[in-house]
Write a protein that binds this ligand. Structure first.
Ligand SMILES: NC(=O)c1ccc[n+]([C@@H]2O[C@H](COP(=O)([O-])OP(=O)(O)OC[C@H]3O[C@@H](n4cnc5c(N)ncnc54)[C@H](OP(=O)(O)O)[C@@H]3O)[C@@H](O)[C@H]2O)c1
Length: 243
């Protein structure tokens, strides 16, 4: 199988690239950090170094690639809105550009390489089940990816291309290493990669994990918004009181 993975220089994407290589697949590993990508090249990956926010760079990179069977759009970043009253619109734009607009540029460049019978995966997040404090930018970018995946699934079906939405819970990577709050049910990148690869191989429309985080999120997300507001303020106050 011919697999292209964005955000392969680090975290979940890097683990996916290493595991697909180990399974004997042809891997295109994408990212911006040439040094970290070179480590994957040593393992046999083809590497493409480009910034997804630059449409021209995406198209130049796509010129290097022939046919693909699996396209995993995984690259992303996370920044939090610490003070919603002084809303940081530049931070918001940065996160939307990296997580959503860059995804569109990469789609425009690489989707034509995906063969009939192939699969596209978009890596969103479990955050879209439940509004969490400070996640205005990250959550909005990922909620947009959920809708994008759902509509692409309809529009790419006639071309014989399947679409999978990946919604991980917390995974230990450089992205979450910056988090200053407890992360329940934290997964390893190895386990995340195993579950994602398994779901993709089965042609699942959605891959989400781990169950012990997802079910509480879904239940809380189904509460009336007023109840979740009161509950989240209670949790924040108890946390502040014990800090
Ligand atoms: N870790 C979690 O708990 C978690 C949970 C839910 C969802 N996710 C999602 O999973 C995906 C991977 O996250 P991770 O935790 O593995 O993060 P990570 O270790 O920080 O890796 C992020 C990757 O995205 C790439 N990237 C960022 N901006 C880019 C840009 N403008 N152009 C090209 N590449 C860019 C980075 O490449 P360079 O370093 O080379 O720039 C890096 O390879 C993200 O979409 C994230 O939102 C993660």
């Amino acid at each position: 199988m011919r697999v292209l993975i964005t955000g392969a220089s680090s975290g979940i994407g890097r683990q996916l690239a290493m595991d697909y290589l180990k399974e004997g697949h042809q891997v295109w590993a994408c990212g911006r950090d040439a040094g970290r990508l070179a480590q994957l090249q040593v393992l046999g990956a083809n590497v493409l170094c480009f910034d997804g926010r630059n449409p021209q760079a995406c198209h130049q990179a796509a010129d290097e690639v022939t046919d693909l069977d699996l396209l995993i759009l995984n690259s992303g970043s996370c920044e939090y809105i610490d003070n919603a009253r002084e809303f940081d619109s530049l931070l918001f734009a940065r996160v939307i550009e990296t997580n959503l607009i860059a995804t569109a540029h990469v789609l425009a460049a690489f989707l034509p390489r995906l063969q009939r019978g192939g699969r596209l995966a978009l890596v969103s997040s479990s955050v879209t089940w439940l509004p969490l404090p400070r996640a205005e930018a990250y959550g909005a970018s990922k909620a947009a990816l959920d809708y994008l995946a759902a509509t692409l699934r309809l529009d790419l079906a006639a071309a014989g291309i399947g679409v999978t939405l990946v919604r991980p819970g917390f995974v230990a990577t450089p992205l979450t290493a910056r988090n200053d709050f407890p992360m329940p049910a934290l997964q390893t990148a190895e386990r995340a990669s195993r579950l994602i690869r398994h779901g993709l191989a089965r042609g699942q429309h959605e891959v989400h994990f781990p169950r012990r985080l997802i079910w509480p999120l879904r239940l809380l997300g189904a509460l009336p918004s007023g109840l979740w507001l009161r509950l989240s303020r209670f949790i924040t106050r108890s946390k502040d009181a014990t800090a």
